[in-house]
Design a protein around this ligand. Structure first.
Ligand code: SF4
Length: 350
């Protein structure tokens, strides 16, 4: 959708202050952005429904987790807990097991707690406004605005990392805090708030990316002050590197008389007060190799700013470690850490 020559000239002269965009300019911006979104949006499973339970689930899963990983878990989670009632009635260990692989398990606990509030205190009905949604456990300003606009059409803007970057580049200003929310609200399309919010986030995710924005193909390039000039200055934080070692101790129980074999794996539970993944199950960790032999296999695993080289040793767990033997058949119901699941998959046990 091309801008007229007069419009383009006017836009190019602008200082780029989003807060002073005229009504006509805002209308044009929305038109360009939404037309692009309607044609180019990614076909994601949670975009087929405006059901608040599904919107809520996808928004919680997408916090701090890549879209590809969420796609893998979203459908399976819904298969296990198709309604908010089923989720509220589930045991916490089952919810954590279904969440395994997504990380940041506090989100799953909060999701579960909020489901209980919705079912017990609201008869299974979701709050429909941003303000009311914010009273639920685990729902902050962003998530409340996302659910209210996408599921209920409330004209309220969202600001996440993608929207923040887009707004800063559009305006050429290092806006922060409340200024970002005001700028987003000022641009918002009140007739299609859910689509507008998703379009802004989509633009940041696939076009206006952190290191390499595709300005020549950007649908709102004519409204943008920076056009990629921030990109060179935004270097990713360097990743830390660490090596960790795990023991993969498993045995086969041969019930010949009954004609079956049962594989069991030795697992340990993380402390209930651990700051990361409390109460979840993993393989026993060891400090090193004693300089003998070599690991059975190695894999890579990243958590936030740390890249781990994970060495896996097939041997007996140290005798001082307390844990329990878990049948491979039961592993799907166990709240395993994402890394434990990855190791067991690589070892062809899971
Ligand atoms: Fe981002 Fe470039 Fe589009 Fe500006 S023109 S919003 S910098 S992709």
């Amino acid at each position: 959708m091309a801008a007229s020559a007069a419009e383009t000239e006017f836009i190019l002269k602008r200082p780029g202050d989003l807060l002073t965009f005229s009504s006509a300019l805002k209308l044009n911006f929305r038109r360009h952005l939404l037309a692009w979104y309607d044609h180019h949006r990614r076909d994601l499973p949670w975009r087929t429904s405006r059901d608040p339970y599904r919107v809520w689930l996808s928004e919680i899963m997408l916090q701090q987790t890549r879209v590809a990983a969420v796609i893998e878990h979203y459908q399976e989670f819904l298969r296990r807990f198709p309604t908010v009632e089923k989720l509220a009635a589930a045991r916490e260990s089952s919810v954590l097991a279904a969440w395994s692989g997504l990380g940041y398990y506090r989100r799953a606990r909060m999701l579960h707690a909020a489901a209980k509030v919705i079912v017990r205190e609201r008869g299974g009905k979701f709050p429909t406004t941003e303000q009311e949604l914010r009273t639920l456990p685990g729902i902050g300003r962003y998530t409340a605005a996302a659910i209210a606009s996408i599921a209920f059409g409330e004209p309220t803007a969202v600001v996440d990392g993608n929207v923040e970057r887009v707004l800063q580049r559009l305006s050429g200003k290092r806006m922060a805090g409340e200024a970002l929310w005001t700028a987003a609200g000022n641009l918002l399309d009140a007739k299609r708030p859910g689509d507008f919010n998703q379009a802004m986030m989509e633009l940041g995710a696939v076009v206006c990316t952190p290191r390499d924005p595709a300005c020549p193909t950007c649908p709102v390039v004519q409204f943008c002050t920076m056009r990629g000039e921030f990109a060179a200055k935004e270097k990713a934080a360097p990743q830390k590197k660490r090596e960790i070692h795990y023991v993969l101790d498993h045995h086969i129980e041969d019930h010949r008389n009954a004609g079956r074999r049962n594989v069991e794996v030795f697992l340990v539970q993380r402390a209930r007060d651990a700051s990361l993944m409390p109460g979840m199950w993993e393989l026993p960790k060891i400090t090193g190799t004693n300089g003998t032999g070599s690991p059975s296999f190695t894999l890579r695993h990243s958590i936030t700013v740390t890249d781990y080289t994970v060495q896996v040793w097939r041997c007996a767990a140290p005798s001082h470690v307390s844990g329990k033997w878990v049948s491979v058949k039961r592993l799907r119901q166990v709240a395993l850490t994402g890394l434990a699941r990855k190791i067991l998959r690589k070892a062809a046990i899971l």
